[in-house]
Design a protein. Structure first.
Length: 183
């Protein structure tokens, strides 16, 4: 009952943040909403196992993913704010959250190797939470979140090509989507 209540309350916040995106099924935020919901469900499903058997292999793997996730999100937001120079004048995507409305293409730091460090962070969060307690249901939520994050990134890339043009197309050819040198 408590987990259901927490899911409903947190989902209300996610719906509020995503309200513009939910009216625009072609925007990256539309798919991101479903990724966030799957991640939320996964977190609530595995919450009771967070500190269970802390030195087991699956917990160590989990913490590696979670630490990578935390590093990437902080690093990416910092770079977007400092180098990306978000601007309210960027009106090509009304569903974008403030720091996403960059006016400059960011190609340094993690962005030198991967195009979507923030979505990589969410992927690492997803898989880190999954490894807290591996189960079929948790695996389904993790797979759903992964699929929606890939769809989110693909939609955002189309938006970025529209805004940044050939510079972004060149950037796509020079980087991987989520994991340096791999994917």
């Amino acid at each position: 009952m408590l987990k259901t209540l927490l899911f409903l309350v947190a989902s209300s916040g996610i719906v509020y943040i995503s309200r513009a995106s939910l009216r625009s099924p072609r925007s990256h935020g539309f798919y991101r909403f479903f990724a966030w919901e799957a991640i939320l469900a996964l977190i609530l499903l595995n919450a009771e196992y967070w500190l269970w058997n802390p030195f087991s292999l699956h917990q160590v793997i989990s913490w590696i993913f979670l630490i990578a996730s935390a590093f990437l999100v902080v690093h990416a937001v910092h770079l977007l704010r400092m180098i990306g120079k978000p601007t309210a004048e960027r009106s090509d995507d009304e569903a974008a959250i403030g720091f996403e409305k960059t006016s400059q293409l960011v190609t340094v730091g993690a962005y030198k190797y991967i195009r979507h460090p923030m979505y990589s962070s969410l992927l690492f969060l997803t898989w880190g939470v999954l490894f807290k307690d591996l189960s079929w249901l948790a695996g389904i939520f993790a797979l759903a979140a992964t699929v929606f994050l890939v769809a989110t990134a693909k939609a955002e890339e189309a938006e970025n090509v529209h805004f940044f043009g050939t510079a972004y197309q060149t950037y796509i050819q020079q980087t991987k989507m989520f994991i340096p040198f791999i994917f």
